[in-house]
Ligand binder design. Structure first.
Ligand code: HEC
Ligand code: CU
Length: 340
């Protein structure tokens, strides 16, 4: 039983780490140059620290055993005062270790802090809101909510801002954290060599629903990205005037209840509102964390408060079943990429 209590905490840590791995919500599996650099710095520091601990512990144990008082032997050991050679050695070694640590740290810090942009850089202004993320692409004149689309093998520079309180932008697989502070613009850069979905989180306690302030980075090849950006900037007229009857009814419900807060295709929305929904039908989760299906969507629209306590969207339980069905049909149709 006693042993169980000893291993239990470790099992939990392992379980926890395994859970992280599933969502690539870990900094230990770096993808891309920024995460690689940070990972090697952590690795190097760890290596040096472990080396110091092992050497010191070994000397400690050696001294403890070698210079022990032996039974029957009670002579007083020779008294020494200082040893120049030893003092030089144990001053020089830490200095050397610090130099080994400092050189790559300083060099990489300059590389990481360099957010110069050129014609090939994609700039994204990231705004943290309670409790969701807004991604504005100033050069492309588009704004997206929750899903951050980026092209692979492209330098992306983020300008980080916040509309209300301090948030912190973190995509563990791609780069370390950086704060979004109201009134201050921080910046950072990333590059994603591989296509895929990278999970992101807010890592600054920002209110009640902070723990659910999740987002996704969707890295696609540059052609797909162009198609996406094109679709966001000039969305299909179906998104604004659906020809299919049910979706057209849904659009009406949307205009009456939702458009004031949620923009679609450049129409509607407001700075105190909610995420842009132009490509909502392509999300894989609702509000950052709920599995995307019709039932969850209805649950969200009727009682968002029950799903994500503390979030700022009002509930729309007054909609009748027909209105809800057509509204959901309309939301599902909001897509800007061609279905493969
Ligand atoms: C007063 C402003 C406001 C109104 C009106 C409003 N919403 Fe929202 N909505 C929000 C906010 C704020 C969020 C972000 C909640 C969060 O994740 O913290 C949101 C989130 C959402 C999401 C999740 C978006 C995503 O990117 O995953 C959906 C879907 C949504 N709203 C649908 C609707 C629909 C449908 C209506 C109309 C029936 C509506 N909203 C009306 C403010 C509003
Ligand atoms: Cu936050």
């Amino acid at each position: 039983m006693k042993n169980l209590w000893r291993v239990l905490p470790f099992s939990f840590i392992l379980l926890f780490l395994a859970g992280c791995g599933k969502q690539n919500l870990t900094a230990l599996d770096p993808r891309g140059p920024v995460a690689d650099m940070q990972h090697s710095l952590i690795g190097l520091s760890l290596l040096i620290m472990v080396f110091v601990i092992v050497v010191v512990a070994a000397i400690y144990v050696f001294v403890l055993i070698r210079f022990r008082e032996k039974p029957g032997d009670n002579h007083i050991p020779e008294q020494v005062e200082g040893n120049k050679n030893l003092e030089i050695i144990w001053t020089a070694i830490p200095i050397l270790l610090l130099i080994i640590l400092a050189v790559p740290n300083v060099m990489d810090t300059f590389t990481l802090a360099d957010t110069e942009t050129d014609d090939d850089t994609l700039v994204v202004n990231v705004t943290g809101h309670q409790f969701w993320w807004e991604f504005e692409y100033p050069d492309l004149e588009i704004t997206a909510g929750q899903d951050l689309y980026i092209p692979t093998d492209t330098r992306i520079v983020f300008n980080l801002e916040a509309s209300d309180v301090i948030h912190s932008f973190w995509i563990p697989a791609l780069a370390g954290k950086q704060d979004n502070v109201p009134g201050i613009t921080n910046d950072m850069w990333i590059e994603a060599p591989e296509e895929g979905v990278y999970f992101g989180k807010c890592t600054e306690l920002c209110g009640e629903a902070h723990w659910l302030m999740d987002f996704k980075v969707v890295a696609v090849d540059p052609d797909t990205f162009d198609e996406w950006a094109q679709g966001m900037a000039e969305p299909d007229s179906e998104l604004i005037e659906p020809t299919e009857e049910v979706a057209a009814e849904g659009r009406e419900v949307f205009e009456q209840n939702c458009l004031a807060c949620h923009a679609v295709g450049g129409e509607g929305g407001n700075p105190q509102g909610g995420p842009d929904l132009t490509n909502f039908g392509e999300r894989t989760v609702i509000a950052g964390f709920m599995e995307y299906d019709d039932e969850s969507l209805e649950a969200w629209i009727r009682h968002p408060e029950e799903q994500k306590p503390g979030n700022l969207m009002p509930g729309f339980d007054q909609l009748d079943d027909d209105e809800m069905d057509s509204l959901i049909e309309y939301l599902n149709s909001l897509k800007v990429l061609d279905d493969e």
